[in-house]
Design a binder for this molecule. Structure first.
Ligand code: SAH
Length: 401
């Protein structure tokens, strides 16, 4: 037969007979789409997977519980040879050819007269990809197309708006889908030191990337200057993304930024993020609540030492909550924090753990008890960013990978 490229078309199958030979895993993946297309589907196979069985029970398909024969193709518009027996598939394809019915072969695509594309949806659009480069290449291309088409800049990061995006604890995989979409639509991104840097590459090539990151006790952009930048760029009609670590409203000053924008008449939206307050312990195998161990958790800042006139945290009260205490920004003051808790009556044997660089390759965990955790963290030269977890759950190590 003359060779040529595959000719792409969309089949209208509503009310038309489609014969599927085979009732295994491949059929289970393909048949539901045929049902959605409205086809009259005959599945011919001695056995069905549970999923196909259910479709037959619901009368969405007709099941003929036997091996396929040449007579089964009579009246069909389309045939799928999906058995796990290459000879049976070849026989079905040959019969289809004689009857001039297009036929897909699961075991050897080139042996059929039609190919099944890797398909996807993006809103009202259907995407289908066929390639000679194999099914993996097809599904990758489909994923790229679907995610690009799913990107609607006006919905993801509207022009003239500020979108506050929480980037999670550091691992690119822990940014939300909505956060990633906003990033892909951005004209300007203002980012922090703790925001997952790998995601910045997803911003469009034209986007202005502004590092407003603070190094502890070092150079930083004052909050007023950040607010002014956000307002200025949004007023210029740009899609502004404020990208930071964790969640913007957990010690992220997102509230101040939102208020400043609102006061300036600039519309703001928020894409919540995965906060390190919960994700940090989780990645170390510590659940912040656990049946029988902790019925709640408190998240506090350790930025200001207990006893410092600027401190508003009631450490003595925290010591009595019997819930998990999660301290952020507490590395430098860990010793005085633990001492304040012990002074208020917390049992020195209360388990404690420090999780540094959660979600990145350099993640480290130091475990101990409130009585000795500060010294242990110092010995291990733990530095920011780190989370301290205090409470009975801190002794757990669920052995997660
Ligand atoms: N908005 C962020 C917190 C910002 S405050 C959030 O929701 O996660 C900065 C503090 O967060 C750090 O001092 C540290 O205590 C904690 N932190 C942030 N990212 C961290 C990480 N990857 N590992 C451990 N602690 C982290």
């Amino acid at each position: 037969m003359r060779s040529g490229e595959v000719y792409l078309s969309g089949l209208v199958l509503a009310g038309r007979l489609v014969v599927v030979a085979g009732g295994g895993r491949v059929a289970e993946r393909r048949v539901p789409e045929l049902v959605v297309a409205g086809a009259r589907v005959h599945v011919i196979a001695p056995q069905l997977t549970p999923g196909l069985h259910k479709l037959a029970d619901d009368e969405a398909i007709v099941w003929m519980a036997r091996r396929v024969t040449t007579a089964d193709l009579d009246g069909a518009w389309f045939v799928l040879a999906l058995t796990d027996d290459p000879e049976a598939n070849a026989a079905v394809a040959a019969q289809a050819e004689r009857q001039r019915i297009f036929c897909v072969r699961a075991d050897a695509a080139e042996g059929g007269s039609a190919w099944t594309p890797a398909t996807g949806r993006a809103g009202d659009l259907r995407v289908g990809v066929v390639t000679t480069a194999g099914p993996l290449a097809a599904s990758r291309a489909r994923d790229v197309a679907v995610s690009a088409l799913g990107n609607d800049p006006d919905r993801d990061a509207p022009a003239g708006w500020v979108t506050l995006v929480g980037g999670g604890p550091g691992d690119e995989g822990l940014v939300t889908v909505a956060g990633m979409r906003a990033m892909r639509a951005a004209d300007v991104v203002l980012f922090d030191r703790l925001a997952p840097a790998a995601c910045l590459e997803k911003a469009p090539a034209h986007a202005e990337l502004i590092d407003v990151g603070k190094v502890p006790r070092g150079e930083f952009t004052p909050q007023e200057a950040i607010n002014a930048l956000l307002i200025d760029r949004a007023r210029a009609g740009l899609r502004v993304v404020r990208f930071k670590g964790g969640d913007s409203f957990v010690f992220g000053r997102g509230g101040e930024e939102a208020a400043a924008c609102a006061e300036a008449g600039v519309p703001v939206r928020v894409v919540p993020g995965v906060s390190s307050a919960v994700a940090g312990p989780a990645l170390a195998g510590i659940p912040v609540t656990h049946r029988g161990l902790a019925q709640g958790f408190s998240v506090v800042s350790g930025h200001v030492a207990p006893g410092d006139p600027r401190s508003e945290v009631d450490w003595a009260a925290l010591a009595g909550t019997r819930t998990t205490i999660v301290v952020l920004m507490g590395v430098a003051n860990l010793d005085s924090i633990c001492r304040a808790l012990l002074d208020a009556g917390l049992d020195p044997e209360t388990p404690a753990a420090v999780v540094a660089d959660a979600g990145s390759e350099s993640m480290r965990v130091v475990r101990g008890h409130v009585g000795g955790i500060a010294a242990a963290a110092a010995r291990a030269r733990i530095g920011a960013p780190a989370i301290t977890v205090i409470g009975r759950v801190a002794s757990l190590d669920l052995g997660l990978r």
